[in-house]
Design a protein around this ligand. Structure first.
Ligand SMILES: [Zn+2]
Length: 243
């Protein structure tokens, strides 16, 4: 017959086992992220986990919860991994070089392309770590980035793989002639870009010219260049530029 103490011991053991199993996808993702970020192998010791929890553990009670959040997509493994590498460096008195994070722009809720500067593949970009520890991607020269604390910035690059289109705003200065809009729209389609919306309201600039604002879908910077070149070559167009 088992004693009460033995039974509760087994229960605790099983509970611990369940937690470990539930957290394992997050553990794997975090280890992958750390491996990708650091040139030399870094072991995520208990001491490091405790340091991390001391900084970010307001809502989460132990590191297993951090791993669960990573596993379910609520925390970005690269963001947690980067901070842990920095802590490891501080612990060892070394400067840990952290490699840039690669993003594709379709990661879902954890990575957002900021509407203030509309980054598209090919742009120089930076990630801003938000309070919820997701990433907001800005163009490097976006004024909103200049105000962000350096420690909240993450070096990021675009993944070379392109499997989606990205929204971008374009402004066209054209002669106010019949058929101008149709010609421009045709040139955009010719360059294989999609038109999301067109705005010609309040855009008359006098002297027989109008500003037309387009919201387009393009693959990236090079594709956008082709679109702008195509539009710019039209006789009715004076200027076509990204906004
Ligand atoms: Zn921005």
């Amino acid at each position: 017959m088992q004693s009460g103490r033995a039974r509760s011991g087994i229960r605790n053991y099983l509970k611990g086992l369940q937690q470990t199993e539930a957290a394992s996808p997050g553990d794997k993702l975090l280890k992958q992220a750390v491996g990708a970020l650091s040139a030399k192998p870094v072991v995520l010791t208990d001491a490091l986990r405790q340091l991390y929890m001391a900084e970010y553990g307001e809502k989460l009670h132990d590191f297993a919860e951090v791993l669960t959040e990573i596993g379910t997509g609520r925390l970005l493994p690269v963001v947690v991994g980067r901070r842990m590498l920095e802590l490891a460096g501080e612990q060892l008195g070394e400067d840990v070089r952290v490699a840039p994070v690669t993003i594709r722009g379709n990661e879902g809720g954890t990575v957002q392309l900021s509407p203030c500067c509309n980054p598209i593949p090919g742009d120089d970009i930076l990630g801003v770590i938000t309070k919820g520890q997701g990433l907001v991607i800005h163009r490097t020269h976006c004024p909103n980035v200049q105000r962000v604390d350096h420690e909240k910035l993450l070096e990021v690059n675009w993944d070379a793989q392109r499997d989606r289109m990205f929204g971008v705003s374009v402004s066209v200065l054209a002669r106010n002639e019949r058929g101008a809009l149709a010609d421009i729209a045709a040139a955009i389609s010719q360059a294989s870009a999609n038109i999301e919306s067109v705005d010609t309201q309040d855009t008359h600039v006098g002297d027989g010219f109008i500003h037309i604002h387009f919201r387009l879908q393009v693959e990236g910077v090079e594709h956008l260049e082709r679109v702008l070149n195509g539009v710019g070559q039209l006789q009715v167009v004076q200027q076509a530029e990204r906004r």
